[in-house]
Design a protein around this ligand. Sequence first.
Ligand code: UDX
Length: 430
Amino acid sequence: MNIKLHVIGTGYVGLVSGVMMSYLGHDVTCLDTDISKINQLKKNILPIYEPKLAEYLPALVKSGKLRFTSSYSAELQNSQAVFITVGTPPLPSGEADLQYIFTAIDNLCEWIRDDCLIVIKSTVPPTTCNRIIDYLNNKNLKFSVASNPEFLREGTAVDDFLNPDRILIGTNNKQAEDLLKEIYRPLTTRNIPLVTTDLVTAELTKYVSNAFLATKIAFINEMANLCEKIGANTKELSCAVGLDKRIGREFLNVGPGFGGSCFPKDMLALVQIATHYQCNFQIVNSVINSNYQRPYDMVDKIHYIIGNDLHNKVISVLGLTFKAGTDDIRNSPAIKIIEILVDKGANIKVFDPVGMNNAKKELKNVFFADSALSACKNSDIIIVATEWSEFKDLDWSLIHRQVKSPVIIDLRHILDGDMLKALGFKYCLI
Ligand code: UDX
């Protein structure tokens, strides 16, 4: 059955969810108060880099099943469900800032019909849906509110939407549950598991999932430090450990620490939530501290490898985004490492396949090269900070001839170390 929906907020989650729910056959209007973004989207121009999304957009817009608007209007009266996907950025305390959620609620309440379901897809602290219900009740409004957290990863969001490990819906009434089940029916008929629960459990599940994944990363990064001292092979260790089904191979890749718009923010918010309920979260706090320290440890190791003085050393950094497959540099460990190195007086040349524009807004006192090759010219040391697969295929033999000193530090463990050593590079993994 085709259902009429609105999605409020066209960030990574809102845009991908809106486009893909329209692909599932529903009539979707994506609403964002950022007029320039909406104008771009109407012209099929994506405001973000997200692989595969552009393949779906034009046909859906042309068919009329996907529309974009910048205003709350009477069109909302047609919607059976409104998904809220606005940001919940951290307040200085780490607590999630819910002001955009409540502004959206205020705006849409004027228009939606009585039986419209409000679905919270943004990551919100447990009890937020109940708070929204109370808020509405105080205004004598009786809309149903559901929780439907999203587990999309940037860079693979389209595939994640179509093949999620599970769909999670939290509701407090059967009608809301049935409508959400109907919306996701095209996926559940393909045997994608759908978990139904209450509002607060759905809300908490999102934080717990992210915290567990972040813990895996922090854990393997700590083990990598030991591997380095002992001379053990981290990649093989991750593989051997991860093959145990109880552990799992995913999210055991060593790197410069986790970044992005979710893990760092959600970990801080989870600690705030735990503190509020007088739970002492030692593990989650350790993970936050360990990940905070990680870029500093990376810089210490770079310092050690390059020698004492970083002044006048040319350091080439390949990869600026928080991971491959995205143009997002929010909480990117690469950016943090560069900022520390700049403070220490190093000359930094950088290149990223898609993140340059965003990085230019953030990074000061670095040289933005127009290719990886040009970034590596006359380099004293090359640092691979993001796991873009194209870095594997660079002409490393040519690069070897153009560097001042043939040293590579592979923070993501993606390059072919044996090949690089054969070319004459000193190849370091940390
Ligand atoms: C994450 C969750 O995976 C997703 O379910 C949730 O909805 C949003 O937050 P995302 O932030 O897009 O998604 O990226 P993810 O692939 O999870 O990576 C997060 C960070 O962890 C990145 O900095 C990445 O480089 C790092 N990471 C990931 C590792 O260092 N090692 C790994 O093995 C996996």
